[in-house]
Write a protein that binds this ligand. Structure first.
Ligand code: PHE
Ligand code: CO
Length: 298
């Protein structure tokens, strides 16, 4: 993190998920000049490591986006340079933020094709894990796929859907949040060459990039909207279940219908534990559950 500027953390909220930081919610100019040599080195090292790992693991659409954005080992990218490519391709732009945003503010950005990117990058001792999104996760993990027209539209539709779910109530919002988690953050996609990653939470993680495809422990199950909306998840370990889409059109089309009646229907159904396989699931891999944490899911 740069020495001149520090993120304005407002407070920490203590919840049943642990302590969650709350940041100033405004958009901030990326303080590019104040990144330290160490900040740039952290980007370069993370970029190099993931870029070497991802061929044959990340989907082509993601790798294509990385190339088109010109991401590389030349230090932390300038948001304005990426914006030029994004605006022209799909009309998206980046906005700098201090960290995780309140849900409504986040939805509003997405609904207007603005993707919030945390301006600060993790410290060298956090190369392998950190508990909240930083610039590397937000930028490397999420932004390349915003160049894909179908995925770009899905993200905007999600923002609009978020506003709507917020108005319906907390249960609806929980259902929608699970959809984001199991697609945008931890989604897998079937291709002619085999399963590939498109979820940003995986793409920015060295360990999970390998684990999600190669480990026998987790379930890999075909995408099913209502099933996903019932699936609890872990925020502190690798996922116990991954959901696999066939293509981005499937994702976009499956989420087109009005969710209001779906939310209403799901209210009467129990949530599904993260590790559970249900009778109707299309199972690509039934996980062995080896090494799974046995305490409660989020
Ligand atoms: N169709 C959803 C609704 O009516 C909106 C949505 C679209 C949500 C895409 C997520 C992703 O609420
Ligand atoms: Co993310």
């Amino acid at each position: 993190m740069g020495t001149a500027v520090t993120p304005r953390k407002i407070e920490s909220q203590h919840t049943d998920r642990g302590t969650i930081p709350v940041y100033a919610t405004g958009v901030v100019e990326q303080p590019w000049e104040s990144y330290s040599r160490t900040d740039h080195d952290v980007w370069n090292a993370l970029y190099k490591r993931q870029r070497a790992l991802l061929p044959g693991r990340a989907c082509d659409e993601f790798l294509d986006g990385v190339a088109r954005l010109g991401l590389g080992e030349n230090g932390i990218p300038k948001f304005e340079d990426l914006d030029r490519v994004l605006r022209k391709a799909t009309g998206w732009e980046l906005v700098g933020v201090e960290g995780l945003l309140p849900e409504q503010v986040f939805f509003d950005h997405l609904a207007n094709r603005r993707f919030p990117v945390t301006w600060w990058i993790r410290k060298p001792e956090q190369m392998d894990y950190l508990s909240e999104p930083d610039l590397f996760h937000d930028l490397f993990g999420h932004v390349p796929l915003l160049l894909n027209p179908v995925f770009a539209d899905y993200m905007q539709a999600y923002g609009r859907g978020g506003m709507k779910a917020f108005g319906i109530g907390p249960e609806a919002l929980a259902n929608l949040t699970r959809l984001y988690w199991y697609t945008v953050e931890f989604g897998l996609i079937n291709t002619a060459a085999g399963q590939r990653i498109y979820g940003a939470g995986i793409l920015s993680s060295k360990g999970e990039s390998v684990y999600c495809l190669d480990a026998p422990a987790p379930n890999r199950i075909g995408f099913n909207l209502e099933r996903i909306m019932r699936a609890r998840y872990r925020i502190d370990t690798y996922q116990q279940t991954y959901f696999v889409i066939e293509n981005f059109e499937q994702l976009f089309n499956a989420t087109k219908p009005d969710f209001a009646p779906i939310y209403a229907r799901l209210r009467d159904l129990p949530a599904v534990p993260a590790a559970e396989v249900l009778a109707g699931d299309k199972v690509f891999n039934r996980g062995t559950r080896e090494g799974f944490a046995t305490d409660a899911d989020a």
